[in-house]
Design a protein around this ligand. Sequence first.
Ligand SMILES: Nc1ncnc2c1ncn2[C@@H]1O[C@H](COP(=O)(O)OP(=O)(O)O)[C@@H](O)[C@H]1O
Ligand SMILES: O=P(O)(O)OC[C@H]1O[C@](O)(COP(=O)(O)O)[C@@H](O)[C@@H]1O
Ligand SMILES: [Mg+2]
Length: 441
Amino acid sequence: MSNKMFDFDIETLGEAKISSPIRMSRNNGDGMADYVSDEDRILYSVQTHEEDGVRKPLLDDTMEEAGPREKIYFNPSHVHAAICTCGGICPGLNNVIRAVVRCFWYRYGVRRISGIQYGYLGLLENSSWPLIPLDPDVVDDIQEKGGTILGSARGGGKQVEEIVDSLERLNINILITIGGDGTLRGAYDIGEEIKRRGLKIAVVGVPKTIDNDLSFIDSSFGFDTAVASAVPSVRGAHVEAKNSINGIGLVKVMGRESGYIAAHTSLAQSDVNFCLIPESPFDLDGPNGLLEHVKRRILERGHAVILVAEGAGQEFAPPTGETDASGNIKYHDIGIFLKEKLKSYFKDEGIPTSIKYIDPSYIIRSAPANSYDSIYCARLGAHAVHAAMAGKTQCLVSRVNNQFVYLPIKQAVSKRSHVDIEGTLWRDVLENTRQPFSMKN
Ligand SMILES: Nc1ncnc2c1ncn2[C@@H]1O[C@H](COP(=O)(O)OP(=O)(O)O)[C@@H](O)[C@H]1O
Ligand SMILES: O=P(O)(O)OC[C@H]1O[C@](O)(COP(=O)(O)O)[C@@H](O)[C@@H]1O
Ligand SMILES: [Mg+2]
């Protein structure tokens, strides 16, 4: 009996018949890297379970291994490839752009590569931002800088017909979109419209999310840099707290629906005493509320460090009712809210404190990629190009179980990734911070 749970089949524009200009081998053991075939598969779940007294894989789902194919769909001299970056910025965007351009140019000999400015907005009819011609010289040093040389924006992604009109008008036949769940949903819809019109345009995504909230990916690019960039703020908050009488250091990091940055930073810099994430709701007041626990900690140890993810504790205030241009709900500033709450609570308790609030969110997001992410982005970018040249579409490149794979966008955006509060990451965070496993009364 098959234990399949997911649809990992990749769509293609048609049969790949053209011999790849990349010279590789077909045989193992000849000292030369091999082409990857569509039949090379990677197991999705590495867990086992017991069946009839035998240990077997938990799931039978397999994913298509990423890499250069022997036969490709597009004739490189007919390709006009375009790249766009959408949503909030993230460390590593320029590294991905650089890798994509270099792979198209050097590996496949593609000479028409264009950068679309400000995400999907740059593909709308009334866009006044010209395409940026890209080549290896243009992208030479861009990995040194944070952000994206193309600019990024929210909004516009739902104007699918206009976007496909633009792709047609500009003769673009490969679109590489670098963005998060919103961008990927947009890319999928663009792919559907392309299909409806019977066009041969490949749409391939490179998943970007500083919050690390996409499923079907070990960890998103830029996340490692984000954690490394958050560490100095926690260190600073700790030093400030320790050097004050009853000092409290409060740091806010990004993480709208998933508290991965906060959880990992708590492990990376174990000065954190309370890590607050959206997945683990907490009370403020009462004997098991946050304020009482912070008081106990202050009375026992004379200082405390709190690290809060932006999406935590949103229930303490009525929804803002506001959304950004992409439709994402705008959140209350939980950092400022907590600072005020702590201040008035300790005043009422007659305990003098000194609260230092640090919000490094935009410093973290705009940092250039560290070495780990630079390597990761270089590989993601090249793999996205291999997929597109092979005619794969409405797919994205991911790393699962430390292997690069292609996944259908539809499946990849079907659920978000959250910190599992019964899982090992959160268990380790609780062990490190020594905060109660629940701060609900
Ligand atoms: N459900 C959706 N369908 C189509 N396009 C979307 C959708 N959600 C967002 N988009 C588009 O994707 C782009 C980026 O979305 P956003 O949520 O800002 O960032 P991210 O891609 O990082 O999630 C925007 O241009 C937006 O219009
Ligand atoms: O200031 P902005 O652009 O609204 O961005 C803030 C948001 O961007 C993020 O960093 C990431 O959002 P996206 O990946 O959806 O672009 C969130 O954590 C944060 O809420
Ligand atoms: Mg989003």
